[in-house]
Design a protein around this ligand. Structure first.
Ligand code: TEU
Ligand code: CA
Length: 586
């Protein structure tokens, strides 16, 4: 069998449309803004664009609450704008992938309005309705103790006065979960896919697709987080009993009739058999998933997400090794990513985003990602080394419902406690989804060229835009002798990855020196063609001996002055400077 597929070799660029580019100066990014930047993306080396939801939505969760799957939110433009975007993509050999959010809809979707109107409505059973529980004092309680995913202090069940029942809304009350047990719901979802595929899109990123099948007993979650009334219920709805049946059905009825890229978002799941069931080459489900291992590296295991957990290079190697080997050995497929719209900026999270080290860190992460097996995903601004929001920002600057809920919870739990207030601020600044959602910094003009200087962006622009922006990096691809800008480094990295796709995309993988706590190193090869990747994930100079018997014939790229790459390695020690990364031919 031919294992080569376009979607394996593709570089996917994720656009968060509200923050990408605003063309009508209302402070909100739009579809024409995406179209305007297609040449920029093509030049960077992008093949596929995935855009976060642009459908009609009240924006309770930035469009992940969809009110009409077959229309565009007027704030983003019109269906005609999307048709034009697809046409302009085609002209350039680019493909467009849509975000498909079908675990839940908006509470303003016609289906839900109908469902909640009465217990006998034809769409009542399209959502998950349950009667109340009553405790020994006769107080009304939700059907179980599941917590909201985006608001951990709250129940995942919402009381509805009209029909005197609760509905399940795992993310926010404005995002009721669909009842996939109902075949009409599945058929309706199939039709949504057909609608967009027939319009010319090339696939879907499927939002929390592994949450669609719930344990129909709806059992209580175990208590894992002390002091919380509601608990993470994921065990009872992540990769539930009918997930694979429904994914196979979706594939058979719809996807198999088109040539698509499919990537399923799969939080909460580490089980290897479960992953392979979703992405195994002969399974007929998805092409690949987003595994959360690497982006969860700094969460306290089992706890809620807004926690801080120390990690080092050993943890990183363990995760990378596991996923790379799993996919290569069991014929599945990886997606390679460290950023998206739900995560802080990678340069801030995994490296050092100070002015002194930011560019080194960004290149280090680029070197790592462009050398790993799998389909590569680049998030908007990552190619510029954009970083987290400044620590000085007031909590009021954060716009995401998850950030707001987290901050309010802390304030309720610890009223008037200045110290806890400071802790909450620190966690927000390091983990908030808002970090990825500040407007893209195109130029050094006021508002960073995201919108006109006199409009008001929906979210504050990161203060560092006068120095961190696309215009500066494009104008000066070699800011220091022997050193590329972050953008130029990415562009070359993507080029090289394609040139040597036999190794970087399809080749074998082996970790080197797994026990070193600062250096992440691995070997990629195909036949007798091989590369070595050595990455110092620390701010210290390291005398590294871990290369052992592996020989680099020649070092060819690095995060420092490339005129002075080590001329050869004498099997012994290599001195790695802070955040230094090296790519060598072995
Ligand atoms: O995210 C699902 C998810 O589980 C997390 O990544 C989420 O961002 C949260 O931080 C967990 O604590 C997807 C979307 O990517 C996200 O933007 C949506 O808010 C969510 O689903 C609901 O649609
Ligand atoms: Ca706009």
């Amino acid at each position: 069998v031919d294992k080569h597929k376009w979607w394996k070799e593709a570089v996917v660029y994720q656009i968060y449309p509200a923050s990408f580019l605003d063309t009508n100066n209302d402070g909100w990014g739009d579809v024409p803004g995406i179209t305007q930047k297609l040449d920029y993306l093509k030049d960077l080396g992008v093949d596929v664009i995935w855009t976060s939801p642009i459908y009609k939505s009240p924006q309770a969760d930035m469009g992940y609450d969809i009110a009409d799957y077959e229309d565009i939110d007027p704030s983003y433009g019109t269906l005609a704008d999307v048709d034009n975007l697809i046409a302009e993509c085609k002209k350039r050999g680019l493909k467009l992938v849509m975000d498909l959010v079908v675990n839940h809809t908006s509470d303003q979707h016609a289906w839900f309005l109908d469902s909640r109107s009465s217990k006998t409505s034809p769409k009542r059973d399209w959502y998950i309705w349950k009667p109340a529980n009553y405790d020994s004092d006769g107080n009304r309680q939700p059907p179980n103790n599941w917590a909201q995913i985006l608001g951990e202090a709250n129940s995942a069940w919402v009381w509805d006065e009209t029909t005197q029942e609760y509905y399940l809304a795992n993310f926010t009350p404005e995002q009721p979960d669909l009842n996939w047990e109902n075949p009409d719901v599945r058929e309706a979802v199939h039709n949504v896919l057909r609608f967009w595929l027939d319009r010319g899109v090339s696939g879907f990123r499927m939002d929390v697709i592994n949450l669609i099948s719930k344990n129909q007993d709806f059992p209580d979650a175990d208590i894992v987080v002390e002091g919380h009334k509601y608990q993470p219920g994921c065990k009872h709805y992540a990769n539930g009993p009918r997930l694979h049946e429904w994914l196979q059905d979706l594939n058979k009825q719809v996807l198999s009739k088109y040539d698509t890229l499919t990537v399923g978002e799969m939080p909460f799941v580490r089980d290897e058999d479960e992953i392979i069931k979703g992405v195994g080459a002969t399974r007929g489900e998805l092409n690949m998933i987003f595994a959360f291992d690497l982006v969860d590296i700094d969460n306290v295991p089992g706890d809620f997400k807004y926690t801080l957990h120390p990690w080092d290079a050993r943890d990183m190697k363990k995760i990378i090794n596991r996923l790379q080997r799993l996919m290569l050995e069991r014929d599945g497929w990886n997606s390679v990513f460290v950023e998206n719209h739900d995560q802080p900026r990678s340069v801030s999270r995994y490296t050092d985003d100070s002015d002194e080290w930011r560019e080194y860190g960004a290149k280090l992460l680029c070197l790592m990602q462009t050398s790993l097996a799998g389909t590569l995903y680049v998030y908007q601004g990552e190619e510029l080394g954009m970083r987290n929001v400044p620590a000085s920002w007031d909590p009021e600057e954060y716009k995401d419902i998850e950030s707001i809920n987290f901050f309010n919870k802390y304030r309720q739990m610890y009223p008037n406690d200045e110290e806890k207030f400071a802790v909450a601020r620190d966690i927000l600044q390091r983990k908030s989804r808002d970090n990825a959602r500040t407007p893209v910094q195109w130029t050094s003009a006021p508002n960073a060229g995201f919108t006109s200087p006199d409009s008001k962006p929906w979210m504050r622009v990161n203060d560092d835009y006068p120095t961190v922006n696309a215009e500066a990096q494009l104008a000066n691809p070699t800011p220091a002798p022997g050193q590329l800008s972050v953008h130029a480094f990415w562009k070359r990295g993507l080029e090289k990855r394609k040139e040597h796709k036999d190794v970087f995309v399809y080749g074998d993988f082996e970790i080197i020196d797994p026990d070193h706590d600062k250096v992440v190193a691995f070997r990629r090869w195909n036949g007798n063609k091989a590369f070595l990747v050595v990455l110092n994930f620390s701010g210290e100079t390291v005398q590294w001996e871990g290369l052992g018997s592996h020989q680099a014939k020649r070092w060819v790229a690095g995060t420092y002055d490339e005129r002075q790459l080590p001329s050869r390695n004498k099997s012994g020690t290599i001195e790695l400077r802070p955040w230094e990364g090296l790519l060598g031919i072995a």
